[in-house]
Design a protein around this ligand. Structure first.
Ligand SMILES: [Cu+2]
Length: 494
């Protein structure tokens, strides 16, 4: 018996040591994660002398780095021009607050909300409209911001705490203003402690309706798929899925927004469908398909178009989590997809359309980003050298996912074109997107033109990964910011 006692004691001893080790590691880790103060426009200073990611085709090192130039420009100066006389403005107010939500199943849950709902109100505007949103923070002690995910806007309106603004503290407000130039399906979320705040409910939809649609449809619905408080799978805020009206013969544009961090595999049962848009950007010549699972990465949007069948019902749902479902119309529930149905593949879907952006064109800079489990090129967050760019340049990024879970890599302020997957050029419609989803072992090359000066985040939109360091910057040379990330300012963007 003494022997067992000894073993137990040893075990206890080891658990204590192991616990202490974990604590130490995590403390040290947090310190590394959020230092006291970082200037996100100046990170290259610590990272100079051969420590930058590979880049070729440019004199690079010889040029002034972000912030070095005498003609330095602050990101805060980059705003929309004043509205023309009489130009209409779409005004919205969003108040972030702690709320106790009463769910459709009668249960109550604490959440952080915009206007006391989660997701927040759906903002619908028309292409070209000027949008003004006043964010007020009632009582979110950690501060909030709003990032307009996927929207191409001036840097000062991007809503990244410590980069483009200070977090908005309780009792304060901040007004965002931008022109909704690109029609499409977008969303908004706090970019202050994004992982925690989006998870607690600070998310919402932004739909920019086209002046003239490339596609015809009778009905236009947008749906947020969200995980609230790590456990509630909500479909537009409902716990048991969403029901939408649609009559046989009517055509439906269904905009799907994955506001959760994990990939959602979505099926359309009961009708053939077209994927008409990815990340808000329309596809060229999308053909009708059926029986395919669409992998939607964290933060990504897919719009599908289908015609309601005579039988009356279409069901759009998650393969793995039945709570995420949308039932349109009435009638018998359609036959589900086979679990083994193929994956939707955008690399050969739709019709090519020459735009002059190809893999073999000349790029001014080429960057390699190797994605680990929770790192980029073996580094984390502010330790990752930013990708420096200059206005007008063409940039290629080669993402390589070597090991670990899926990474939906999201770039702020730009649309990139996806050039290749695993070395092979795409053969279907051009795909322009603000994110690319990589599974382990995959490689993608994307291209964009540096046509929106500023300081822009490039990060994994599995927000847990971002919070653990999979966040870096794309910085325009000469750009500065008066804001600081870190424990001193309290700006912790994730
Ligand atoms: Cu990731």
């Amino acid at each position: 018996m003494a022997g067992i006692g000894l073993k137990l004691n040893k075990l206890k001893h080891w658990s204590v040591c192991f616990g202490a080790l974990l604590l130490l590691t995590s403390c040290g880790y947090n310190e590394l994660r959020y230092p006291e103060e970082v200037d996100m426009s100046q990170m290259h200073r610590e990272a100079k002398d051969g420590d930058s990611p590979n880049h070729t085709g440019h004199e690079g090192h010889g040029t002034p780095a972000a912030g070095d130039s005498a003609a330095a420009v602050s990101c805060t100066e980059l705003k929309e021009a004043e509205p023309a006389a009489g130009e209409p403005v779409r005004n919205f107010e969003l108040t972030a607050a702690k709320t106790v939500l009463t769910l459709d199943n009668g249960k109550r849950t604490e959440a952080w909300t915009f206007n006391e709902t989660s997701p927040g109100p759906e903002l619908r505007v028309k292409e070209g409209e000027r949008v003004k949103v006043t964010l007020a923070n009632r009582d979110i002690g950690k501060g909030v911001t709003i990032h307009w995910h996927g929207v191409i806007l001036p840097c000062s309106q991007d809503g990244v705490a410590g980069v483009t603004q200070d977090a908005v503290w309780p009792g304060e407000q901040f007004t965002y203003e931008f022109i909704a130039r690109h029609p499409g399906t977008y969303w908004y979320h706090s970019h202050q402690q994004s992982s925690e705040q989006a998870g607690k409910g600070l998310v919402g939809r932004l739909i920019v309706e086209p002046k003239q649609s490339d596609f015809d449809y009778d009905l236009d619905y947008a749906v947020t798929l969200q995980m609230l408080n790590d456990k509630l799978k909500l479909t537009n805020g409902r716990t048991d899925g969403l029901r939408l009206d649609a009559a046989p013969g009517e055509s439906v544009r269904l905009r799907l927004i994955n506001a959760y961090s994990e990939v959602q595999w979505i099926g359309v049962a009961g009708a053939e469908f077209r994927v008409i848009s990815i990340d808000g950007q329309v596809l060229n010549g999308p053909g009708a398909i059926r029986e395919q699972w669409i992998p939607i990465g964290g933060g990504q949007r897919y719009d599908v178009l289908f015609t309601m069948p005579a039988s009356g019902q279409v069901k759009v749902y998650s393969k793995e989590h039945k709570a995420w479902n949308i039932r349109l119309g009435s009638g018998p529930i359609p036959e589900p997809l086979s679990k083994d149905a193929p994956q939707f593949d955008f690399t050969n879907y739709g019709t090519p359309l020459a735009d002059g952006i190809t893999n073999d064109m000349k790029f001014d800079r080429v960057y390699d980003l190797k994605l680990g489990i929770l790192d980029i090129n073996g580094k984390k967050f502010h330790e990752i050298p930013p990708l420096l760019v200059k206005e007008g340049e063409w940039i290629k990024i080669r993402f390589k996912h070597t090991f670990g879970g899926p990474h939906p890599m999201h770039l702020h302020g730009h649309l990139f074109k996806i050039l290749t997957k695993n070395g092979k050029p795409l053969t279907g419609s051009p795909i322009y997107a603000d994110s690319v989803l990589l599974f382990s072992g995959e490689e993608y090359e994307v291209a964009f033109q540096a046509n929106n000066p500023g300081l822009w985040m490039e990060h994994c939109h599995n927000l847990g990964h971002a919070a653990n360091g999979m966040t870096m910057m794309v910085n325009y040379e000469g750009m500065t910011t008066p804001f600081r990330v870190g424990t001193r300012s309290g700006n912790l963007p994730d």
